[in-house]
Design a protein around this ligand. Structure first.
Ligand SMILES: Nc1nc2c(ncn2[C@@H]2O[C@H](COP(=O)(O)OP(=O)(O)OP(=O)(O)O)[C@@H](O)[C@H]2O)c(=O)[nH]1
Length: 835
């Protein structure tokens, strides 16, 4: 009983402590607790006692009623407890009732919702079926029409003469099965759809099943007019190519390497929002204006049920027909000949000799225009095309750019010389390009000419000439006297015959740029060697990153022509920019195509340049040069030990930079840097580059005073590299030499075990054992290295200061003489600054 009391107390205390609707703890944590609360109030509130008890708590309670009416022996407290228990029980009862009611209500709601859902679904289903039916009907109608047409055709055919009739009949037979098959398919489709729907309806509700089944069975005849109208409307829309709801159209989506989200949506014909959402679900937070890569895009395309078709930007190039010509379209074409050989063996002379012998003579006035290539006709009538740009650079750069222009290489070897490094190079180039060679042994007019030596020399390089029972033709010529020229030309013609060179002249032209320049009067001009097809005036073409329309064609004789066939070199006017030698020219159909391809190529090469290194792009370099005009031209003075070095340096300097940034060599010379040099450098704000030379004492002093920088180098590459960096504004801190002292050799001793030792006087700065040293003789560097010893009197020391005498010996170097100067330097990291 006590326990019970305790429990009751607990139970009572709960409701007692509950002010109004806090009683939610009774609601089993259901979401319907709001409803519960409302119900509870409705139940509990009308009981004034409960409300009061709840509000009153332990205070003396008038609601306990008249004590006189109580059963005997029950105290106030007991009475109160009982009342509370009663209240609690009632409240609980109410609560439970409310809960039941709420549960019931929510169940009812659920049922209602499900019913609605089912109805909606059924509606959908109905609509879909109607659409399907409309489609099937449409197809049936079409099939009927076709069949009727076929019948009519058959009837018509029956009326025609006997020999034509079978064809007509066979047409009707052939035409009939197709529509019937279609009809059958439509029927099957319809039946399947209906069966599926009936099954579905059965599963859901019996009441609707019959209606639905009937509706389906009667082809919707029992439906309202509105439904019929809707159906018709949809069918019409579909017939007109409009999309019928929920009929998924699977699209082939062209997918480039990168695509903007909005464009992707557009190509799939999906809403942009849906695409963005799909991307987000895939963890890509992007907006419609952002670009995504092809892989991601493909994922999305698949998700939407479409097909991705990858295309690449370079596909724009596809319009350039790469069709192989058929054999019957090919016609013989002249060979294209390149002359190669060692410096001064007579390449230019030979080219000139051939041209003069064959072209100039035939021309009035004899003015030959140089367009980078020319054609000659041999006495036998063979036409040969010579590339007028001798040398390996042209040949290799063409090859590097993918232009296989040369058919035959003429290797020029001077008979008074021998096979030289560049001869070997030329042999290797020809072999690498798999181009046959003809050896022209030149300068045979010279008394010291020895053609046999040339032939034997060539053997070493696996070139076996005919005279040595080999395969390679060899001709003795003299560019000077013209001897052997005809034989050479015939040899070329023969080689060409063996090669059976052919091309199709009747197609869009393709050619290679041999030379290109910006002509003041005529604009960009390119000499093109036509390789396939025929280039005509008015043709639209793309060449490298440029495009254009042929405004004029000029041949090697300077005459205007209207078209140029295979192996004909022509000057082409009408370009929008200057292409590069080796660029391939392709004629295309439209200007838009030409422009598109040129743009694509330009962007591609830009991207390539940018990828190489942001800091080294030409554009940035130019921007820098523009921002700081002093960089635009970097003046320098060059002094070197020998003329050859000076020339090499000047040549290298001229190659640095471009139109905006340029190195200007104010003066170059041989010998020590003098006061005059420093004066000139100061006036122009230029640094002095000493290559294996030093400034004499007075020059050094003046330079120090005037702040002219003198830099010393012993490797041309380093010098060029530094100037390059200066020109590019890329100077940065680097390890640099610092001169710490000079010593003059007064005497030279021979010490056994050590070798030659120089007795020196430190004239400037300090001499340090650990430092690097250079031996200068008449201000020219004769040795650079390290010290073996540094002695002051008999002791080995670390350092000797200016004005003191000391003994020095070089590591691995003995050629020291009195009067030589020893330069002592250390390497340190310094901020570089030129000029
Ligand atoms: N005696 C004689 N001298 C020739 C002959 N061919 C060329 N020479 C001379 O040889 C020198 C070099 O001739 P080039 O034609 O300039 O030689 P190259 O191979 O074109 O030289 P680079 O263009 O410097 O590579 C010139 O002085 C010519 O006059 C020849 O057949 N006989």
């Amino acid at each position: 009983m006590n326990d019970n009391d305790g429990k009751k107390t607990l139970g009572v205390r709960g409701p007692g402590a509950r002010p109004g609707n806090v009683k939610q703890s009774f609601s089993h944590g259901r979401t319907k607790n709001v409803v519960v609360e409302t119900k509870r109030k409705r139940v509990v509130v009308p009981k004034p006692a409960a409300g009061k008890a709840a509000a009153g708590g332990a205070a003396p309670n008038p609601a306990l009623g008249d004590p006189a009416k109580r059963p005997a022996g029950i105290s106030d407290a007991e009475m109160e407890r009982r009342l509370k228990a009663l209240q609690a029980a009632k409240a609980r009862e109410g609560e439970e009732a409310a809960q039941r009611e709420a549960d019931e209500k929510s169940r009812e709601e659920d049922r209602q919702r499900r019913r609605e859902e089912a109805e909606a679904k059924e509606r959908e289903e109905r609509e879909r079926e109607e659409a399907l039916k409309a489609k099937a009907e449409e197809e049936q109608r079409k099939a009927r029409e076709t069949e009727e047409a076929a019948k009519r055709a058959a009837a018509a055919a029956a009326a025609v003469p006997e020999d034509e009739a079978p064809a007509g009949r066979s047409t009707s037979k052939a035409a009939a099965p197709a529509p019937r098959k279609k009809e059958r398919e439509a029927d099957t489709q319809e039946r399947d759809a209906r069966a599926a729907k009936v099954r579905e309806d059965n599963r859901r509700s019996g009441k609707l099943t019959l209606n639905q089944a009937l509706a389906g069975g009667e082809g919707g005849r029992t439906k309202s007019m509105a439904a019929m109208k809707r159906k018709q409307e949809r069918a019409r829309q579909k017939a007109m190519g409009g999309t019928v709801e929920r009929e998924k159209i699977v699209r082939d989506v062209q997918l480039p390497e990168a695509i903007m989200v909005s464009e992707l949506a557009n190509r799939m014909a999906e809403r942009v929002g849906a695409v963005v959402k799909a991307l987000m679900q895939n963890g890509m937070m992007v907006t419609q204006n952002q670009t995504i890569d092809a892989d991601t895009a493909e994922l999305i395309i698949e998700e939407f049920g479409h097909r991705a078709i990858r295309v690449s930007d370079s596909d724009v190039e596809d319009v350039i027909a790469s069709v192989e010509d058929r054999d019957e379209d090919l016609q013989p074409r002249p060979p294209v000949v390149t002359i190669m050989g060692h410096v001064d063996h007579g390449k230019t002379s030979l080219l000139d000799a051939i041209r003069n012998a064959k072209v100039v003579a035939s021309e009035a006035g004899g003015i030959t225009q140089h367009i980078g290539a020319y054609q000659v006709t041999t006495d036998n009538g063979s036409v040969l095309t010579f590339l007028d740009t001798p040398g390996h650079a042209a040949f290799t750069s063409m090859r590097a750019r993918g232009a296989h222009v040369t058919d035959i290489v003429v290797l020029v070897v001077a008979a008074d010389d021998a096979v030289m490094p560049q001869t070997v190079e030329a042999i290797n180039h020809a072999k690498a390009a798999k181009v046959p060679m003809i050896v022209a042994i030149n300068k045979i007019d010279k008394p010291q000419a020895n053609p046999t030596k040339v032939r034997t020399d060539l053997l070493q390089h696996e070139v076996v000439v005919e005279a040595m029972s080999g395969e390679v033709q060899d001709v003795e010529v003299s560019a000077l006297t013209g001897e052997g020229l005809d034989e050479l030309l015939e040899a070329i013609a023969l080689q060409a015959e063996i090669l059976e060179l052919k091309a199709n002249p009747n197609r869009f032209a393709e050619g290679a740029v041999i030379e290109a320049k910006l002509d003041v009067g005529r604009g960009p001009v390119a000499t093109v060697l036509v390789q396939k097809g025929t280039l005509k005036q008015g043709d639209i073409f793309v060449v490298g990153e440029q495009w254009g329309k042929v405004r004029a064609l000029i041949d090697d004789k300077g005459e205007r022509i209207t078209e140029a066939g295979p192996s004909v070199p022509v000057e082409v006017l009408g370009l929008n920019g200057t292409p590069e030698a080796g660029d391939v020219l392709n004629v295309v159909e439209t200007e838009a195509q030409a422009r598109e391809i040129a743009e694509y190529r330009e962007n591609a090469s830009k991207a390539k340049r940018a990828a190489v290194g942001a800091a080294t792009t030409l554009d940035q370099l130019m921007a820098k040069a523009k921002a700081d005009e002093t960089v635009a031209e970097l003046p320098i003075l060059v002094k070197a030990d020998v003329q050859g070095s000076a020339e090499a340096i000047v040549q290298a300097m001229e190659k640095i930079g471009n139109d905006e940034v340029r190195v200007r060599v104010l003066h170059s010379g041989v010998g020590a840097i003098t006061e005059t040099d420093v004066g000139l450098a100061e006036a122009s704000g230029a640094p002095i580059m000493g290559f294996n030379v030093r400034a004499n004492a007075s020059a050094r002093n003046t330079a120090n005073q005037k702040g002219v920088e003198i830099r010393y180098y012993s490797v041309i590459y380093d010098l060029v590299d530094d100037v390059k960096k200066a020109a590019s504004g890329l100077l940065s801190a680097e390890i640099r030499e610092k001169f710490i002292g000079y010593a003059l050799i007064k005497e030279v001793f021979k010490v056994s075990g050590v070798g030659k030792v120089a007795g020196c006087l430190v004239t400037e700065g300090v001499a340090r054992r650990s430092a690097g040293v250079r031996l200068l003789r008449d201000d020219v560097v004769v040795h650079e290295g390290n010290l073996k010893t540094l002695k002051r009197f008999k002791d080995e020391v670390k350092e000797v200061t200016s004005g003191q005498e000391c003994g020095m010996a070089f590591e691995n170097y003995d050629d020291i003489r009195p009067g030589d100067v020893i330069e002592i330097f250390e390497r340190e990291e310094v901020e570089r600054k030129l000029a």
